[in-house]
Design a protein around this ligand. Structure first.
Ligand SMILES: C=C(O[C@H]1C=CC=C(C(=O)O)[C@@H]1O)C(=O)O
Length: 429
């Protein structure tokens, strides 16, 4: 069941070209739990730190699948591999049940705020540093608001983030951290991927997270995206919780902040699609910690040779993680925060040419996959973990516009950080 021969750099001396089956494989270095399937990949017949080069290797048939992560900064190295083995499975029953129960604002959410069936902490975790401290983040937001309110400055939106560093004991593994995130976040895409392909500085590091945001998904000719922007923290009291969602849904500030992301996706996808359906207004999307404004976008691909990876490269980074205009926002972020690593990047998979046999068995319980299909999540609500030391870095950010309130923005990042901190049983300092 060989899918391609490889001419790329061989990281795993025992690696064979990609297989889509259930046979015994080396340990998985990539896993993504979508809402209706699970993708796992192991072994690496080649690795790429340049996404364009990885996309070319799919287009040429050199490799039959690419998995991994794109960095936030498109100039920074990515961490992509052509795996030796890739598998697709149907979801576990608990995730399938959760999907059938997507919360609405006036229904108390099972397994969410105030969850009773959360697993215990996977390791003892302790926040050891905050970069910047909360007060400094507030000052950064206030400074950005002044820039955004200046009509002579082209910057209209910028996403500012803050980072926490944690120690764990006993040493946390990416697998156990991922399992804890999966148990607590039934409505998010859960992922882990090794970052070593990005270069020596990333050796032994993994990106693990529970993202509610689909950057891009391709199934056959159908392209979809589910951008999120505009947020408010959930509340354990269902009445207050519902009020917060309703307030968010009518907040001019948040609707404006959201529109930047939808407009950017429309501009990037319209030239690649024969049809693009973009609802006029967003709807409310719930995670275990947050309410967001989200817009489900669906289109039909003009050229079937455009892969999910091509699409991810075309749309990343959106104003959900960067800003508007993109180049000015990126520059502002790099000058303010420095390197963000893979936070704000994208994590996903993409397949190239699969034989008919391989395709029909690949996505059991779903519609089957076709050449070029894949899914990329926005890398938020995530942490980079050093598997050799068990130390972690996690980030949370928020979109800043001219009428943002700095205190509310700090509170928003505090709430967003809970996705990772709850899975670790840790508190912010
Ligand atoms: C940048 C993050 O969230 C994005 C996704 C949803 C809502 C967002 C917001 O309201 O600002 C952000 O655009 C993050 O979680 O770190």
């Amino acid at each position: 069941m060989t899918l391609s021969t490889s001419t790329g750099r061989v990281d795993d001396p025992d690696a064979q070209p990609a297989r889509v089956d259930g046979s015994t494989t080396p340990a998985d270095h990539f896993e993504l739990y979508g809402l209706d399937y699970r993708c796992s990949a192991s072994g690496a017949v080649a690795s790429f730190n340049d996404p364009a080069r990885a996309a070319e290797s799919l287009a040429s048939g050199e490799h039959s699948a690419i998995v991994g992560a794109l960095a936030f900064d498109t100039e920074a190295p990515s961490a992509l591999t052509a795996p030796a083995h890739i598998r697709f499975d149907v979801p576990t029953s608990s995730r399938a049940a959760a999907v059938a129960n997507i919360p609405v604002p006036n229904i108390p959410v099972p397994n969410a705020v105030g969850s009773t069936n959360a697993p215990g902490p996977v390791a003892e975790a302790r926040v050891v540093a905050a970069e910047p401290l909360r007060e400094e983040h507030r000052d950064r937001v206030a400074a950005a608001v002044a820039v955004l309110a200046d009509s002579t400055n082209p910057l209209a939106k910028v996403v500012l983030a803050r980072k926490l560093l944690l120690d764990t004991s006993p040493r946390l593994t990416p697998e156990s951290f991922m399992a804890a995130l999966a148990a607590l976040n039934p409505h998010s895409g859960i992922f882990r991927t090794e970052l070593t392909p990005a270069g020596d500085a990333h050796h032994g590091r993994h990106l693990v997270g529970a993202s509610p945001e689909v950057l891009i998904r391709r199934r056959g000719r159908q392209v979809s995206a589910h951008p999120l922007a505009g947020s408010t923290p959930r509340h354990h009291d269902p009445i207050v919780d519902a009020e917060r969602a309703a307030t968010l849904n009518s907040s001019a500030k948040d609707l404006g902040e959201h529109r930047f992301v939808v407009d950017a996706l429309r501009s990037a996808l319209a030239p690649l699609c024969t049809r693009l359906d973009v609802p006029d207004a967003p709807s409310i999307v719930g995670t275990s910690s947050m309410w967001h404004l989200g817009t489900p976008i669906v289109g039909e691909l003009a050229d079937p040779s455009t892969t999910a990876l091509d699409l991810a490269i075309a749309v990343h980074p959106t104003p959900a993680v960067c800003g508007t205009p993109t180049a000015a926002a990126r520059e502002y972020i790099l000058a303010t925060e420095g390197d963000r690593g893979f936070y704000g990047g994208a994590v996903g998979w993409c397949v190239g040419n699969l034989s008919t046999d391989e395709r029909s068995g690949a996505l059991r319980g779903a519609d089957g996959i076709t050449p070029g299909d894949g899914e990329w999540l926005v890398a938020i609500r995530c942490a980079e973990i050093d598997s050799r030391t068990g130390t972690l870095a996690t980030w949370a950010g928020g979109g800043i516009v001219a009428d943002s309130d700095p205190d509310a923005e700090v509170a928003e990042t505090t709430a967003k950080l809970r996705t990772v901190l709850r899975a670790l049983g840790a508190d912010e300092i």
